[in-house]
Design a protein around this ligand. Structure first.
Ligand SMILES: C[S@@+](CC[C@H](N)C(=O)[O-])C[C@H]1O[C@@H](n2cnc3c(N)ncnc32)[C@H](O)[C@@H]1O
Ligand SMILES: [Zn+2]
Length: 299
């Protein structure tokens, strides 16, 4: 079960795919984000974890990786991802909470998390979990919602918004929806054991008028031109960063087992359609190709 001290923004049963993306006029955002991701993420590797993958909108960008862990808290989102991406063995679907990752230390050589951290109420704790599952030197592409964006700066200057976009603390503008200052995020990444190597400013042109009048191909081309300016200062609504896992620990475990016990951190063994802790502290179900760590089965 989820630790109630860290509430999860629950997408179980949500219409996120159809209500927010499909046919909702967000081709520009989608394509600009893909362009940023292609610039930052090494195109190939062994095992990548896509955290908060949702219905797998961006997962098809990870085609060069031998194994892709598609992880989300929502089972229904994961079922949609399965329908979109298929049941090829290369994809491993995992229902789990980012604050309690059931993945073995050092078991992945890359990670991607976009449009998720704005739902996480404890950024340092989430980043520590992610750092632990990565091998030394692994890239972590993180996208976050930027509170220091042009629209917020103008609105604050005109007195239409009470929070200050230059203040470094996260702002929770709606329950479990946060915007972050780039310096705050970089500091949290550093404290969790990441060094930020690159920063791209994404979606500067996210304005209804522009999206109505300018062809999407041109908007995306302009966005691509603007993205590298994030190196000097990001004032865009979305920021993509490439972060490197620093230090020697945990040792790389890319050939080892993927999962660990959520209770003791020890190894799990497969028994029929369950994963069982070798030390006897828990069991988790595997249902139609979905490893379900949302709640343990009765022991
Ligand atoms: C706005 S959607 C983004 C989905 C996908 N990354 C995309 O860009 O299309 C946020 C996703 O984060 C997931 N999520 C939120 N909190 C989570 C947590 N604590 N652990 C795992 N997933 C979480 C939600 O279930 C949801 O699918
Ligand atoms: Zn255990």
């Amino acid at each position: 079960m989820n630790d109630t001290s860290r509430p999860v923004c629950d997408y179980e049963g949500s219409g996120y795919r159809t209500d927010f993306w499909e046919g909702q006029g967000r081709e520009y955002e989608d394509l600009a984000e893909r362009a940023a991701l292609r610039r930052l993420l090494p195109p190939a590797g062994r095992r990548i974890v896509h955290l908060g993958a949702g219905f797998g909108r961006m997962t098809n960008e990870l085609g060069g990786y031998d194994q892709v862990i598609v992880l989300d808290y929502s089972r229904t989102m994961l079922r949609e991802a399965q329908a979109l991406l298929g049941t090829d063995d290369r994809y491993v679907y995992v229902a789990a909470d980012i604050f309690h990752l059931p993945l073995a230390d050092g078991s992945c050589d890359a990670a991607l998390m976009e449009r998720v951290i704005h739902h996480l109420a404890d950024v340092p704790a989430a980043l520590r979990q992610i750092r632990a599952v990565l091998a030394p030197g692994a890239p972590f592409v993180l996208e976050y919602a930027n509170k220091r964006n042009l629209k917020a700066i103008v609105r604050h200057a005109l007195g239409r918004q009470d929070w200050d976009p230059f203040d470094q603390e996260p702002v929770e503008f709606v329950a479990l929806n946060f915007d972050f200052h780039p310096d705050y995020m970089e500091r949290c990444l550093h404290e969790a054991g990441f060094e930020t190597e690159r920063r791209l400013a994404v979606s500067y042109l996210r304005l209804a008028l522009l999206k109505q009048r300018v062809p999407v191909g041109l908007l995306v081309a302009l966005d691509r031109l603007l993205q590298p300016s994030g190196k000097w200062g990001a004032y865009s609504p979305s920021v993509f960063t490439l972060n490197r896992a620093e230090g020697d620990t945990p040792p790389a475990a890319l050939d080892g087992p993927l999962f660990k016990c959520l209770t003791c951190g020890g190894p799990l063994r497969r028994e029929d359609d369950t994963l069982v802790c070798a030390r006897g502290c828990g069991r988790w179900a595997i249902r139609d190709g979905l490893y379900d760590f949302k709640e343990a089965l009765p022991v």
